[in-house]
Each structure stands twice: as structure tokens, then as C-alpha cells.
Write a protein that binds this ligand. Structure first.
Ligand SMILES: *Cc1c(COP(=O)(O)O)cnc(C)c1O
Length: 224
């Protein structure tokens, strides 16, 4: 018998894949979901899984493996970097130099180059992580000096709740920073990922130029 919860996840994914414009990647934000649910999303066509916790990612990774890409979207603690470099294809949340240096060191030890995004605290919210907009360019130059990192673009959260229109100026600001980064001609960089928009704001984010959206609730339903 088909599990209605898993069927619902699959239907949500199929709808989204029909809805999203070409060129916009869909990341399934999998925090707090069981590997079984994440697998259902993959079976319906998800190609990128976003994880906030290295431990949780390791469990889902055991089940799903390399048939999808793994994107780290949470706050990365230094003592988790080694494990993160083993699992993830992209780390979206680099927001200060010491973290970038630690990823570089661990990626060097693993003999790989780690693609990263800079997380921007576009709303300047004190409780949120992310580099402040005025510090993004300097961090981008510093990252481009690290031979085992490859800068791919920017990620932002924007304010979560309320009217998605309220997030628009923050997405617009992040897009402007993204366009500026492209013009810098940073060594080793390939600036083409702009990750912004969650369940309540992804339509606005796409209008403002997002190349990938990170959806949890829209795929899996409300978290407990
Ligand atoms: C949880 C989370 C999301 C998805 O949030 P929803 O509102 O459930 O779609 C996206 N990005 C990050 C960084 C998250 O932590």
C-alpha cells in the first residue's frame, strides 16, 4: 500500500518541478525529515538536498548516497567541517574568513576543491548568521585566495515571516551584490548560483533573480 504522507511529498515535488521556470534549481530543505521522506522526494525528481545539520545529513546520505547533490545550508561549526567536506557538494553558508580557511584546510587534506557560497545577512538581523552586505566583497577576495575553495555565488535567507513582498528589497540587494561579484573577475571563482527564497517567499525570490530556491515546508509539510 502506498503511504499517503510519502505520496503527498511526491505530488508536491512534481507540482513544483512543473511550476519553476527553467534555470531555477529546486533544493529540498530536509531538516527534521526522516531519510524515508527525503528519499520519497528524490524518487519524485529532487536532484539537490539541502541540510542544516551534518549529523542528520550523514543519516540521509547513508540511504540516498551520490544519486543527488548535497548542499549544506545551515550554520557550520568548525568542528563539523571535516565531515561536511566528505559529504557535501556545496557549502552555501560561508560567512566569515576563519570558517573559509578551515574548509580550505580540510578540503586540501581530502584532496578536493570545495564549492562555496557566501551567506549574506541581507536584512542585517542581529540574530541571523551571514556576512553583512558591505563585507561581502572583501570576503569574496579572501576566498578567492584559498586554492581549495571555489566561490560560486551568494545565499540569503531574508526575513522569514509575514508578507513575502517584505522580503523583496533584501532579495534585490543580494542580487545586486551577486552582479557586482561577477564583475570582479575573481580568480578560481565561477559566480553563477544565487540561492534565495523559501516556502513563503520563493516566488518573489525568483522574480528577483534567484537561480535556486530552498523549500522545506512546501515539499514536506509543516515541521513539528
Ligand atoms: C529550513 C530552511 C529552508 C526552508 O524553509 P521552509 O520555509 O520550510 O521552506 C530554507 N533555507 C534554510 C537555510 C533553512 O534553514
Amino acid at each position: 500500500m502506498m503511504d499517503p504522507i510519502l505520496e503527498n511529498i511526491k505530488e508536491n515535488v512534481r507540482q513544483l518541478l512543473r511550476e519553476l521556470p527553467p534555470g531555477v534549481e529546486l533544493v529540498a530543505a530536509a531538516k527534521q525529515q526522516t531519510p524515508e521522506k527525503v528519499l520519497a522526494a528524490v524518487e519524485a525528481g529532487i536532484k539537490i538536498i539541502g541540510e542544516n545539520y551534518v549529523q542528520e545529513a550523514a543519516a540521509a546520505f547513508q540511504v540516498i548516497g551520490r544519486r543527488v547533490q548535497w548542499s549544506f545550508i545551515g550554520h557550520l561549526q568548525k568542528n563539523k567541517v571535516k565531515k561536511a567536506v566528505e559529504i557535501f557538494d556545496l557549502i552555501e553558508s560561508v560567512d566569515f574568513l576563519q570558517l573559509a580557511e578551515e574548509i580550505n584546510r580540510r578540503a586540501a587534506a581530502a584532496g578536493r576543491v570545495m564549492p562555496v557560497l557566501i551567506e549574506v545577512n541581507s536584512g542585517r538581523e542581529p540574530q541571523k548568521f551571514g556576512a553583512l552586505p558591505e563585507n561581502v566583497e572583501e570576503l569574496a577576495w579572501a576566498i578567492s585566495d584559498l586554492p581549495h575553495l571555489k566561490l560560486r555565488g551568494l545565499m540569503t535567507m531574508g526575513p522569514f515571516e509575514g508578507d513575502p513582498e517584505e522580503a523583496r528589497p533584501y532579495f534585490r540587494l543580494t542580487r545586486q551584490l551577486f552582479e557586482q561579484l561577477k564583475k570582479l573577475d575573481l580568480p578560481r571563482a565561477e559566480i553563477n548560483i544565487l540561492s534565495m527564497g523559501m516556502t513563503n517567499s520563493y516566488r518573489v525570490a525568483i522574480e528577483e533573480g534567484a537561480t535556486r530556491v530552498r523549500l522545506g515546508t512546501r515539499i514536506f509539510g509543516p515541521r513539528q
